[in-house]
Design a protein around this ligand. Sequence first.
Ligand SMILES: CC(=O)SCCNC(=O)CCNC(=O)[C@H](O)C(C)(C)COP(=O)(O)OP(=O)(O)OC[C@H]1O[C@@H](n2cnc3c(N)ncnc32)[C@H](O)[C@@H]1OP(=O)(O)O
Ligand SMILES: O=C([O-])CC(=O)C(=O)O
Length: 375
Amino acid sequence: MTDKKLGGAGLRGQSAGETALSTVGKSGSGLTYRGYDVKDLAENTGFEEVAYLILHGELPTKTQLADYQSQLKKMRGLPQALKEVLERIPANAHPMDVMRTGCSMLGNLEPENNFGEQLHVADRLLAAFPSIICYWYRFSHDGVRINTETDDDEIGAHFLHLLHGKTPSPLHAKVMSVSLILYAEHEFNASTFTARVCASTLSDMFSCITGAIGSLRGPLHGGANEAAMELIQEMRNEAHAQEVLLGKLERKEKIMGFGHAIYRESDPRNAIIKSWSEKLASETGDDRLYRVSVACEALMWQEKKLFCNADFFHASAYHYMGIPTKLFTPIFVCSRLTGWAAHVMEQRANNRIIRPSADYVGVELRPVTPLSQRK
Ligand SMILES: CC(=O)SCCNC(=O)CCNC(=O)[C@H](O)C(C)(C)COP(=O)(O)OP(=O)(O)OC[C@H]1O[C@@H](n2cnc3c(N)ncnc32)[C@H](O)[C@@H]1OP(=O)(O)O
Ligand SMILES: O=C([O-])CC(=O)C(=O)O
């Protein structure tokens, strides 16, 4: 991993624009949002404060935070037409497809009429995304039409409340808040870049976010937290974890939840979610998933110098809170929306259409053979 070549494929190592939103892997600070270290934010703030910071530029005062939370709480309801669409999506649909459709449908019902509405649209999506995914999940899996308007101040607690039908414990509410903070923003990652490319054509916010959801869906990006869960749930103990991983490495399979396009030695979000996963493991009294995850981390470093990215310990943490695996990546959407929307706004504020060039490697110029003569 240390002699990695930058540049070339995947635009790796090339700057594709400027941002004032975050730094990733800058020496001395693993990850910062608008100048604050993510560790500092995870220890000392809640997700709504971070969402406000990312979208507005500064942390809110106490009054601003209270106003923001009460404003978001009022925006959790879903229009009837959107609920009807969600009810028609089958239980075996991919939940990221549900998010994509839900976002797109809301854009039909409540379009962004002009860019002056961009912050309102971001807030609306922030409030509505947990409602969209949980309304669909509870209807398609449990046959119930839930009321999506809870009184929880925090989005993470609200999500768990909708999912489980009861107010979560303080520990679970805290872990959700931390998790949403960790996933909120990450510079020019694939999904954010998708949003910015879409924004650069002067498209609307819903289109930018819908496209970003599509990019996040893949297992090389946001989908890795679900893939990591599928990997660890089969592992009986540490020795079995080693055996499974060595077999995969031997077969040159990718291990989901490891490695990163930018970080070279560690992902600063990992230590944070790992420590919360450990707390959840001791709370539940079943630490198998945590232990096998730690064994995977050690083995991957020993064998390949590959480290856990943000997704790996999220798998066990979410599982310990009773969250179905298929909802892991949609939670990422509920958080990353803040980064996406802020990047869309930043792109719009100093826009030039994003249109790189390509190196042509196809056939030389040739004449068209008339259809009757083609073999
Ligand atoms: C929140 C997030 O989106 S974080 C990322 C989530 N994605 C994953 O966890 C999926 C697994 N990881 C990966 O596929 C990759 O590490 C990525 C997509 C994250 C980064 O890709 P790249 O920048 O191309 O990786 P990088 O250049 O560092 O890879 C170097 C070598 O390590 C290997 N490698 C990288 N990650 C892994 C992995 N998880 N398992 C096995 N081998 C790996 C690559 O195959 C590559 O070897 P090669 O040159 O022989 O093919
Ligand atoms: O930055 C990346 O390439 C992927 C990532 O970790 C994120 O989007 O959080």
